[in-house]
Ligand binder design. Sequence first.
Ligand code: CO
Length: 308
Amino acid sequence: MSNQLDYTRIPPLPASVYVAPLKKPAGLGDDWLEPVQRSYTAEEHRIWDDLYERQMKLMPGHACREFMHGLDRLDLHRGGVPDFNQVSEELRSLTGWTVVPVPMLIPDHVFYYHLANRRFPAGNFIRTREQFDYIQEPDVFHDVFGHVPLLTDPVFAEYMEAYGRAGWKALRYNRLKALSALYWYTVEFGLILEEGGMRIYGAGILSGPTETVFSIEGGSPNRIHLNVDRVMRTDYTISDLQATYFVIESFRELFHMTEQRGFEPIYESLAPAFQYAKTAALDTDHIYHRGTQEYELRGGRGSGARPV
Ligand code: CO
């Protein structure tokens, strides 16, 4: 088999790989990109502004330095949903990334293809007032406010591209779940240790107020140093606050831990299902905080448990 992979084309999907049955809207090509960003109503623009202002009250002291720096460099608060072309122009000059509109969650292999080419697919819709506090499907606020500022950081930008390229191998080994767990516990829900203390870099946390506070101040969740082998074997929560957060010391560390690993030894030794429960704290873990798991034990969001 040739080791020369062509990252400029959508990777082939092996017949053995399970993909969620996503229904592609009519008129879109294999890359799932919408031709243009949709236009938003005045009320939708106000929803962006209100979400932005609520979240910005919590960012100092919770969000990591690089995120705050990225927010400074990209003005995402010019009034309403940002224009993707304008954001892309600024981002391209900094790290070569662009933001491209997609209608909904897209298949993993198409997602890898865009990341490998430094394109970040962002939801081409915004939540309603009724969904103000919580939305499971990633909308433009989650994608642009949560993810895009960090793409201005050269090392994180490199990690994201490397993550996309890693998709080709995960497809070949049929290990998409393991690679998704890595994304989940880093890009979406990662914490980073700074001089001032623990801070957030994960977009899944940074785009909502409850988890912004819970992830840093809550007694319930575990906070454990990131170990790639461990994380790829760990189950995670999709529709509630996380039971465990994994912590890095720098983006350089994150990049080295992943890019230089190769992942083959991990993929070859993985069990078909996740080996560790999301609440697990192992003897081999470097634990910063062993959580009480009180929130989880009280039944989480579904039971109206307080996020403590
Ligand atoms: Co996301």
